[in-house]
Design a protein around this ligand. Sequence first.
Ligand code: NOJ
Length: 718
Amino acid sequence: MNNEELLQLLHSMTHQEKLGQMTQLTPDLFDIDGQFNVTGPLKELNLEEEDISRMGSTLNGTGAQRVKRMQDKHMKEDRLHIPLLIMADVVHGYRTIFPVPHAMSCSFNPALPEEAASIAAREAAAAGVQVTFAPMADLVRDPRWGRVMESPGEDPYLNAKITEAYVRGFQGSDPKAEGKVAACVKHFAAYGASEAGRDYNTVDISEGILREFYLSAYQAAVKAGVKLVMSSFNLYERVPAAVNKKLQRQILRKEWGFDGVTITDYSAVDETLSHGVCQDGAEAARRAIEAGTDIEMTSCHFYQNAERLVAEGKLDEKLIDEAVYRILRLKNELGLFENPYKDADEEKEKELFLCPEHLEAARRIGGQCAILLKNENKVLPLSGGKLGLAGPFACVKDLLGPWALTSPDGVSSIYNAFCARMGMASLPCGMTDELPSLTTGIRDVPDQVEEALQALSGCDTVVVCIGENVADSGEAASKVSLRISPNQEKLVRRLKESGKTVIAVVLSGRPLVLTDILPHCDAVVQAWYLGTEMAKCVTDVLFGDVNPSARVALSFPRDVGQCPVYYNHYRTGRPLSGPDDPDFYKSRYLDCSNEPLFPFGYGLSYSEFSYSPITVTGGSQITAQVTVKNTSSRAGKETVQLYVHDVVGSVARPVKELKGFEQIELQPGEEKTVSFQVTKEALSFPNEDLELVFEPGEFDVMIGSDSAHVETVRVTVQ
Ligand code: NOJ
């Protein structure tokens, strides 16, 4: 359709038809083949059967056959034959599941999320999905928050690079193309800043902090051409995001020029009543539409109130027309008016789901997302010895992670992968009862430590798979304790005391507090949830078929009491000069170091690298160079990181800010020179009046292998 035809369509619509386009409902309301249960969900929403035919989109109803059936029915019943938009949470894969997004960010390699997203898009498109509710760009500093597993992490620069890569992967250059879907970046804005890491809790941040840290990844998605933006559940400046004019009209649309579709999160318009900022559904609808919301997800306040609001002169009809136009235009851009099924195809599903090419990618990518946190005496990679496995996650098959909309059937456990890799029918194994989710009220595994020691008595090396249940991270899965449960901890300690080499593989959706187990482990691999091929990824890393290269993207706290602990904090008036600072009146804890257990950017390799002295010049921008050499006998990857510290600013400046990174692959003995340029634009920040400014002066330029290990040179940029 051309623009004129789109406008004609818009003008031929009734008010209710327009408001239907602005409403998204769950698929059960569309695809029950005329068997409407008016005493069930329809009644709760105060809808009649005929209302359903006017609705514009649905969420999380997928599968080629089901989508075609829903679309067919809808196209017959909708007076103007406007296709439904089929949206779903394709977060880290559709059938072939990739590492959870946080793990992807830890790869420090944007090419990997881009590749994973393009495969996810191919599978999802075949299953009838047209829009994915991804990527999630929410910056996070508090690992108590369950949605860390979906977040790119604590850094504005890394988050932006990873987020734009996801958008490119999902959408390609044209989301209409076969095997592509439109992306919806979420949750705008600052959802990751919920107080004390409790999901859906209050967010209270200043506009300076919002602009300095939290917005960059959403903005990167917009610059990358993302088609939709989802607003968040939280407050910003005491106003819920769904009805927040400052966020949506001012920042998103006016400042960034976003012209695509906005959608609320699940029932977020309705929740403005629970927040106590709207009196009733009519006020919620008016405020959300005035704030710039185009689609209301799963509640019907727009549909039920907006026509009356317009008639009473309380809502400008122009706002509705603008929203509906954007929705119709998106449908048109996806080619739905010509082909409402887009790529939905049962044959393609069979061909693509879990096909060898996708599984190969999942395995290759997964291996690059596990972080080697400790490797004392180079006990890894494994070589020979009598090996056993232990721990509540050794035999678990659900390694897909939250938001995998598929079953883990057919996924191999880490134990099975070890047996296969070693060509053994079985291996000694102990204390493998699975750790239940905290939602069951059970907080630990049974203490079977002595039995495990018995079973493993003949082993000299034990791989202990510990962590948290997969259901204990993700949406609504916040926790106050991040410790490894006492019986898991005891297992690790007793194995070490019995003289074995202990290798911990940690499965979790967030950094856990590893302080107590660390001294009892010779090696620790943070494995997250790596998806369909996770078990093989773990053996690949442990046996050295893959040389670890991933890095910490959210600092690992020593103690939950430090949270939030992150590397790019501001200075204080009383900074600690070091752990032995004799001055009592300094910013510190009496019972814990200020430093995290593992800092941002940290991660080991089986190779070793040396850094040359860095060369840095100032002037009109920063130019820096370093030569890195692989001094070991193994090929490996090193992620060279450049940080900047603005020595004096008109407002406080972070102690370090990542401004560049590059992952290089080096053969034994090989060296490469890495060059960085940091422009004045990249050195700009929001000043006291929130204007983005560059302030000339001195900058400390730091290059190193992580945020805590850098060489510094001071230069002047004018
Ligand atoms: C709620 C979640 O916050 C959001 O991320 C998701 O996309 C929607 N539900 C739809 O499932």
